[in-house]
Design a protein around this ligand. Structure first.
Ligand code: NAD
Ligand code: ZN
Length: 343
């Protein structure tokens, strides 16, 4: 089979012929239809410090996918050949305190497909059945393949109550953009998004937030005045990973407000702790998805009319993956999809 592999400790990836993976008795073999490129894959493409210390060379990369079950192991009960599936890329141990408590999202032994073991940028993927998720017919492949990042947005936005709230989202990357649609659907009073990349600011218009802020030109405070938000935002969703955006949340989040941190900030990012303490702000870190609570929420939101299609801006046949990574690196894209259906 064809696979996209991190071959050399340098910029780039290569397409290689690989054997179709073996499956264990509780695994399913999935024939991949579409995959999408995540920021993590871009780190691996660039071979930055994180990638170099995390990823074994010769790994097949990728963790966002949709495909069709081709074969199942002898002890698989919930899946059969022909089922269309996506899947949770975080493999949890099943034995630790958190897994046994039904909180797999907190498993300290989590391993990621396409990072700690071979991933889905290949014609076939072997996945434990407990990580697979059936996708109903009405969900198109393009949306099914982005359940993982959409799930990140769902996990973050639905970690608190948004009804009637003023919501600030910092960072109009794919996850921030999808969070606009979620906050609106959840009944927020205003949804304000900030960024500084012109392409992303333009793309944000398609999601019709209450206000789009170009932080290179204007302040979040200006937008608050315009929208008559007197006390600050009730909920701030940090989805940029920018220390500047994080630092501003102490000022612009309302007293008693909540700050959700999904963006991966540098370890030393700072906030004014006096603002956090005296305004009694709550800060919560968000990692991945609450398996499978978030997956069902995501599915049911889509089935009840959630529309995130404008976030998908490019699609290329898998052979042209370089184009996909280049456009991701430029910042001039939303989600970029690779198509495998012709193989
Ligand atoms: P992305 O990098 O495509 O988007 C980030 C956006 O933030 C960009 O459009 C950038 O221009 C913008 N930005 C930069 N500085 C800013 C500032 N000062 N104010 C406002 N916006 C600013 O990322 P994405 O794929 O949408 O993911 C969002 C973040 O979530 C990233 O940091 C990513 O690493 C992180 N992430 C975390 C998890 C998790 O489990 N915690 C999972 C997936 C992604
Ligand atoms: Zn565990």
């Amino acid at each position: 089979m064809k696979a996209i592999v991190k071959k050399n400790p340098a910029l780039g990836l290569v397409i290689e012929e690989r054997p179709i993976p073996q499956i264990g008795e509780r695994d399913i073999l999935i024939k991949i239809r579409k995959t999408s490129i995540c920021g993590t894959d871009v780190h691996i493409y660039k071979w930055d410090e994180w990638a170099a210390k995390t990823l074994p060379l010769s790994s097949i990369i990728g963790h966002e996918f949709v495909g069709i079950v081709e074969k199942v192991g002898s002890k698989v009960v919930d899946f059969a050949p022909g089922d269309r599936v996506s899947g949770e890329g975080h493999l949890t141990c099943g034995h630790c305190r958190e897994c046994k408590n039904g909180r797999r999202v907190l498993c300290p032994n989590t391993r990621g497909i396409g990072v700690n073991r071979d991933g889905c940028f290949a014609e076939y993927l072997s996945l434990p059945e407990e990580n697979a998720f059936k996708i109903p017919n009405e969900i198109p492949d393009e949306i099914a393949t982005i359940f993982d990042p959409l799930g990140n947005a769902v996990h973050t936005a639905f970690s608190t109550e948004l009804v009637g709230k003023d919501v600030l989202i910092t960072g109009a990357g794919p996850i921030g953009l999808m969070a606009i649609a979620l906050a609106k659907k959840a009944g927020a009073r205003t949804v304000v998004i900030s960024d500084l990349n012109p392409y992303r600011l333009e793309l944000a218009k398609k999601f019709q937030p209450s206000r789009i802020i170009d932080v290179s030109k204007e302040s979040i405070g200006d937008a608050m005045k315009e929208l008559d938000i007197q006390y600050g935002f009730d909920v701030s969703l940090e989805m940029s990973g920018s220390p500047q955006a994080f630092a501003s949340l102490g000022e612009f989040t309302a007293c008693g407000g909540e700050i959700m941190l999904l963006g991966i900030l540098p370890a030393g990012a700072i906030i004014n702790w006096h603002q956090v303490i005296f305004k009694m702000l709550k800060i919560k870190g968000i990692y991945g998805r609450e398996i499978f609570r978030t997956w069902f929420q995501t599915l049911h939101l889509l089935q009840s009319g959630l529309d995130v299609t404008p976030v998908i801006t490019h699609e290329f046949p898998m052979e042209e993956f370089e184009k996909g990574f280049e456009i991701m690196l430029s910042g001039n894209s939303g989600k970029v999809i690779l198509d495998w259906t012709h193989l």
